[in-house]
Design a protein around this ligand. Structure first.
Ligand code: RAT
Ligand code: ZN
Length: 428
């Protein structure tokens, strides 16, 4: 029976958005096996690099070195005092912490950091992972797996137990962005490479990629790229993409995920918080899609200014799948405008959001906050359609939401959607 009124429509959209299980296609979360590489708990939440950057704005007297010399608890204390007690925590990253506390059933009104710390002390990692997945409505996440990160590589080399809630993504930034130092690491690991891109070196790089694909079984291969990213390009990166990344990705049947627009370390003293954004050239994305029709590409782009062009590019190339409101874009005002534009230009053939969580707990806020906006935009779109006399059913809304929260991504990959058969009907 089709939906009859706008009021009913609003209710069904909200309910469906809130109950559709989510595949979160880009995070920095890890399985329990990765030990302390998986971040969780109040002190990790508070020392999230988004909040570190905000804290320094209120402390002209604080030296960067002094901050980094503090223990994690001291840093968290300072951030709590500065952003939550001395000011009202309405920035998106601050609000996120409050949403998490609230969703865990903690007393937000008390502002009692000590009691929040007590709460987390009583939990084990395994229990907490279960709890967050259960509460967040996210059923599976994709990790970011970096073979160049020593601590992480050690876990892979030792061997790690798969957890079906966590998929892998092979992240290769150092390979494409710092070949001048990375080649020596590959050599150290036994690959026959030199800095010059000889045929032997290129073959060995392909072997390196294949070895890690075999070890990790990734959903995609990913890189973050500067705004100057160009394609095609007569550069080391250009050659590595053409002669290593694309053929290996094609053979493995996985997409190459391009995350474009990061200006690394504009303020290195801020650590992870020191990167910035710049306008990119979307024609590079169009060119790579056009010239490599047998490869699949995922893309998210960091500058707000590039969003329209990227969305148009996705209309031209079906081997391109656009995803997420990345990093500095992950704020309600910008999510809303991007989501509206993407729905208007791409319908449901897009993955409107990923969480980028670095701290497990953040699954509880990033998705809650985005669901509100996605439901609002969807309601408006369905409402416009209803005004023409077209009737919409609950089943159609459920189908569309399933696509937006992971289904379209899995179809693009050509892999089964883990949520397709769950039939989960739960409220998050
Ligand atoms: O959003 C972030 O936390 C950034 O620091 C990056 O991790 C970014 O998302 C990336 O994957 O490079
Ligand atoms: Zn990320």
């Amino acid at each position: 029976m089709p939906i009859q009124t706008k009021e009913e429509l609003r209710q069904v959209v909200q309910e469906t958005v809130n109950t559709t299980p989510i595949s979160d296609i880009h995070t920095h979360l890890f399985t329990e096996d990765f030990g302390s590489i998986l971040l969780w708990g109040i002190d990790e939440l508070l020392t999230y690099h988004y909040l570190v950057a905000e804290t320094f704005r209120f402390h002209p007297e604080l030296s960067y070195d002094a901050f980094w010399a503090m223990s994690k608890t001291e840093q968290a204390d300072l951030i709590w005092q500065t952003l939550f007690l001395d000011h009202t925590p309405y920035s998106e990253a601050c609000r996120g912490v409050l949403t998490v506390l609230n969703r865990l059933g903690l007393d937000v009104e008390s502002r009692d950091l000590a009691s929040y710390r007590e709460y987390f002390k009583k939990l084990t990692t395994g229990e907490y992972i279960d709890k967050v997945f259960e509460l967040s409505g996210v059923t599976n996440v994709c990790m970011t797996n970096d073979p160049f990160a020593d601590a992480e590589r050690a876990v892979w080399e030792k061997g790690t137990e798969a957890d079906p809630r966590f998929h892998t993504a092979l992240r290769i930034d150092p390979l494409l962005n710092q070949w001048e130092t990375t080649w020596a690491r590959l050599k150290e690991w036994g690959y026959e490479v030199e800095q010059e891109l000889t045929e032997t070196t290129l073959k060995s790089i392909r072997s390196f990629l294949k070895d890690w694909i075999e070890r990790m079984n990734p959903l995609y291969m990913a890189v973050s790229l500067p705004p100057t990213f160009a394609y095609p390009e007569a550069s080391v990166r250009g050659r590595l993409i053409d002669e290593c990344i694309l053929p290996v990705a094609r053979e493995a049947g996985i997409p190459f995920a391009m995350m474009i627009g990061v200006r690394k370390k504009v303020n290195p003293a801020l650590g992870d918080a020191g990167d910035s954004v710049g306008k990119s050239d979307v024609s590079a994305v169009e060119n790579i899609c056009a010239q490599n029709p047998d490869n699949k590409f995922l893309c998210t782009i960091l500058s707000r200014d590039d969003q329209h062009e990227l969305t148009v590019a996705a209309r031209k190339f079906r081997n391109l799948h656009v995803f997420g409101c990345w990093w500095f874009l992950n704020n309600p005002s910008i999510i809303e405008e991007m989501t509206r534009m993407r729905f208007e230009l791409l319908g449901a053939s897009v993955t409107p959001q990923h969480s980028d969580c670095r701290v497990l707990d953040q699954l509880l806020y990033k998705w809650d906050h985005s669901r509100i906006i996605i439901a609002k935009v969807l309601y408006d779109k369905y409402s416009d359609v209803m005004d023409t006399g077209w009737k919409i059913t609950r089943e159609e809304i459920a189908r569309d939401c399933a696509d937006l929260f992971g289904g379209s991504f899995w179809k693009f990959l050509g892999k089964p959607d883990p949520n397709a058969s769950s039939g989960a009907e739960k409220k998050y």
